[in-house]
Ligand binder design. Structure first.
Ligand code: ARG
Length: 464
């Protein structure tokens, strides 16, 4: 017998029942559903809508159901359609007809709006911890690699020397912004929708403020139509998640490149690599590749939600049941990726010599030679031309700039003197880029200090 069966004369078609049911995926909301129901029942009693004895029976019944579900002692049915009606059915089976009073002055529409908010609020706390963990790992790695010289790239062509610490801290900044977006999403998750009813609130004198307080929300939703039909918060989460995954994907791509024999900048630990079923020699970066690949599915989740909502008239429409799988998938994927990415990164071995060697090639110090000439009085555009000619000469003669003798240098410009060799030294090239935001160990050390303080503040932050 359906909970809504009164006005029906026929049984539901089996295909309809299967198609309509969401229990296969919304069952994961059971704790939050019970949490919301307990708050609702206490409020009903406070307002004299049910008696306090009834309230106590309902609440202890719900608490028992929660424990039994956690212990795997109870089963949900497709017949009861979704998590809300399954729990109501279980409650009525446990405490009798009194269970039927729980749904007074409530609709599944405001109930599900509440449950998803409660769920996401808890998940955001976990995702936040995982972002903090990767930030702390980056801080530690960067501290160890303040002096590890590597080539910096533009167009994936070697450009100028930087340090590994500086490169890693670029990702720190990306994840810092992601954290800001996550906290921002959390900021708009603070409104409690119960009391919106199906769409037009209710004539019962509910105390919404009391429920808000019980469930630790900051405010109540201000419009019942909006209260049941807002899914912006889920979209905001998926949007945050998409950007985070984009950053993880770029990072993965770099690590994959760096682990090739051609780069040889890093070795992944065996524990975070996989082999080939046919080629015995292979060690593959599957973890980083999967993180890169899973980025696509999180973008998919975002597009699913945006498309789902774009033409829905107010207020609730059953289309909205489809929000859950996309949101759950984004949450699960982001958590899994962060969880495995951080130890994979931390356990990687960075090949310092190879990185420094690579930074020395390809005229990465050419800009420094031009700047040297500028300091000696040449306009930058002319200096650029002079150095371009010197580079061309070196390419033709298979030499590095610093391998030219002073006489040769002076054929390109009279302004060049013995101090040019110090100017061209790769460590000097990095060390002089010490303005804020630069790659010099001195500048990165300052950046690390600020970043460490930020991380500590974030760890203290309640983010509610
Ligand atoms: N399972 C539904 C969902 O997730 C709950 C709300 C159902 N409301 C309704 N009017 N049929 O959206």
């Amino acid at each position: 017998m359906k909970l809504w069966g009164g006005r029906f004369t026929k049984q539901t078609d089996q295909l309809t029942e299967d198609f309509n049911a969401s229990i296969a995926f919304d069952s994961r909301l059971f704790r939050h559903d019970i949490q919301g129901s307990i708050a609702h029942a206490s409020m009903l009693a406070r307002q004299g809508i049910i008696t306090s004895a009834e309230r106590d029976l309902i609440i202890s019944g719900l608490e028992e159901i929660k424990l039994e579900l956690e212990a795997g002692k109870l089963e949900f049915t497709v017949e009861a359609e979704d998590v809300h009606m399954n729990i109501e059915t279980l409650l009525t089976a446990k405490i009798g007809d009194l269970g039927k009073k729980l749904h007074t002055a409530r609709s599944r529409n405001d109930q599900v709006a509440l449950d998803v908010r409660l769920y996401l609020r808890d998940e955001i706390k976990e995702v936040r911890e995982l972002i903090l963990a990767i930030e702390e790992a980056l801080l530690k790695l960067a501290q160890e690699h303040l002096d590890t010289i590597m080539p910096g790239y533009t167009h994936l062509q070697k450009a100028q020397p930087i340090t590994l610490a500086h490169h890693l801290m670029a990702y720190f900044e990306m994840f810092r912004r992601d954290m800001g977006r996550l906290d921002d999403c959390q900021k708009r998750l603070v409104a409690m929708p119960l009391g919106s009813g199906a769409l037009a609130a209710t004539g019962f004198p509910l105390d919404r403020e009391y429920v808000r307080e019980q469930l630790d929300f900051r405010e109540i939703t201000r419009n019942s139509l909006d209260g049941v039909s807002d899914r912006d918060f889920a979209i905001e989460f998926c949007s945050f998640a998409s950007l985070l995954m984009m950053h993880l994907s770029r990072f993965s791509e770099e690590l994959i490149l760096w682990s090739t024999e051609e780069f040889s900048f890093i070795n992944f630990d065996d524990a975070f690599s996989t082999g080939s079923s046919i080629m015995p020699q292979k060690k593959n970066p599957d973890i980083a590749e999967l993180v890169r690949g899973k980025t696509g599915r999180v973008y998919g989740d975002l597009i699913t939600l945006l498309t789902l909502m774009k033409s829905l008239p107010l207020a609730y429409n059953k289309d909205m049941q489809e929000d859950k799988e996309a949101l759950f998938d984004a949450v699960d994927t982001v958590k899994k990726c962060l969880l495995v990415f951080t130890p994979m990164l931390v356990s990687s071995k960075f090949n310092k010599n190879q990185m420094a060697q690579s930074a020395r090639g390809s005229f990465t110090n050419a800009t420094d030679l031009a700047d040297y000439l500028v300091v000696k009085g040449l306009p930058f555009r002319d200096a650029h031309e002079v150095v371009g000619k010197a580079v061309l000469y070196c390419i033709d003669n298979n030499r590095a700039l610093e391998e030219l003798d002073l006489k040769k240098f002076q054929q390109f410009s009279e302004l060049i003197d013995f101090d040019v060799y110090q100017c061209l030294d790769i460590r000097e090239c990095v060390a002089r880029r010490k303005i804020p935001g630069g790659p010099a160990p001195e500048a990165v050390q300052n950046a690390l200090k600020e970043a460490g303080e930020w991380t500590e503040r974030m760890k203290d932050g309640t983010s509610k």
